[in-house]
Ligand binder design. Structure first.
Ligand SMILES: Cc1ncc(COP(=O)(O)O)c(C=O)c1O
Length: 396
């Protein structure tokens, strides 16, 4: 029986790889620091809208999303990027589908997408769906994961390069690109005739300065797409509502066709998204407050462990952390399968995401792990203490 090469080549999720091993040890309390699944309660208004009845028939919705939902997203983003209307917004099934649509709309088979590395691993899968290929742009923990200078970027461009894709704030890095850096990259992308796709699914979660939306990069605005999502901001990963937004109406007409090919996203989820988008500003402050406290707790605890280095996140809720071990894949598996901290009276261990999964070349990031601050502070402090104990035991 023939199965496609395309499906085979999609890599197993680095983040979920250890799950099967974790399930073999139900007696162990695992601190899950490997998955970006927040435990913050979804706002009551969103849950109420989701529960409201749809009427006697569960009908299809429009391909690009309910007009009210597109209006709500346009109004929301117009607060920081004025002039957006429903024509600039398509509702998608999560930010994931928006990323997929962006790649399919912009790339032909064999085209290339530049992405600062380390990066969110599912970009590889979306690119494979689109017949395209991710070309990594190296960035480094010691330099705060800054985007390299133009002459370095130039060396990575080929006649097949179509997109410069970046997440801001970043997953797995927690880095936020400042306005100057973004304007420089936009000017470079314009010179090279490339689209900018900004993955802004973490844009509401920042700790120092609010990240500049790529929708405000005036000079290149006709070649910018942003991806947004209800998943992280509203702690609604299961809602599966996201947005593709661009001021380029020719592109948006193509995206509408992609939407028609899969029929519209779920109307009920979109009604819940409207409730989310209408939450007051105080909601966002609360979310930032929660994640700032968590990230601070996690990083302060990590700073106590000898030999560990990291870039303190400026946004999102992840950190790439360098450990004094040569191979974090082995170390992460050892933590799950062998290490048990019994000091609290029950066996505990910790699940981390090994670094190589966030690099195109898995020989990179071998001394790094990604940690997610998606539990409340005391649990995070305990998780990091267990990690520290594991590290000490592993190194003998
Ligand atoms: C950087 C980044 N982009 C996109 C997504 C996909 O999010 P969604 O749940 O909206 O599909 C994630 C999910 O973790 C992510 O980390």
């Amino acid at each position: 029986m023939h199965l496609s090469e395309r499906a085979r080549s999609i890599q197993e999720s680095a983040i979920r790889k250890l799950d099967a091993a974790v399930n073999r040890f139900p007696e162990v309390h695992f601190h899950r620091m490997n998955i970006g699944q927040p435990d913050v309660p979804t706002p009551a208004a969103v849950l109420a809208a989701l529960a409201a009845a749809d009427g006697p028939v569960l009908a299809y919705g429009p391909a690009s999303g309910l007009l009210e939902c597109r209006d709500a997203a346009a109004a929301f983003h117009s607060r920081t990027s004025p002039g957006l209307t429903r024509e600039h917004v398509v509702v998608t099934q999560g930010g994931s589908e928006a990323l997929l649509f962006a790649m399919v709309a912009l790339c032909d088979p064999g085209d290339e997408i530049l992405v600062p590395e380390p990066y969110y691993t599912n970009y590889n899968g979306f690119a494979t769906f689109a017949g395209a290929r991710v070309v990594p742009v190296p960035t480094h923990l010691d330099q705060g994961f800054a985007i390299p200078e133009d002459d370095v970027l130039d060396t990575l461009v080929t006649p097949r390069t179509r997109i410069f894709l970046f997440a801001n704030p970043g997953n797995p890095t927690g880095a936020v690109y400042g306005a100057d850096q973004l304007r420089r990259v936009a000017a470079w992308a314009k010179r090279r005739g490339l689209w900018l796709v900004a993955d802004e699914v973490y844009r509401a979660i920042w700790f120092n300065e609010p990240p500049l939306s790529a929708l405000n990069l005036k000079d290149h605005e006709d070649h910018v797409i942003i991806v947004d999502s209800t998943s992280k901001t509203f702690s609604a990963c299961g809602l599966r509502v996201g947005f593709l937004i661009s001021r380029n109406l020719t592109l948006m007409e193509r995206v509408e066709r992609l939407g028609q090919a899969r029929l519209g996203p779920q109307p009920r989820g979109q009604r819940a998204a409207i409730a989310a988008l209408n939450l007051p500003d105080s909601y966002y402050e609360e979310v930032r407050h929660i994640y700032r406290a968590r990230v601070d707790a996690m990083m302060d605890a990590l700073a106590q462990i000898p030999g560990v280095s990291f870039h303190r996140p400026e946004g999102a809720f992840y950190s790439m952390v360098r450990l004094p071990v040569p191979d974090t894949e082995r170390f992460a598996r050892w933590l799950v399968e062998e290490f048990r901290d019994t000091t609290s009276g029950r066996p505990e261990s910790v699940v981390v995401a090994p670094g190589p999964g966030f690099y195109a070349d898995p020989s990179k990031g071998r001394d790094e792990i990604r940690l997610a601050a998606v539990r409340e502070e005391s649990q995070l402090r305990r998780a990091v203490a267990v990690l520290g104990a594991g590290l000490q035991a592993y190194r003998g």
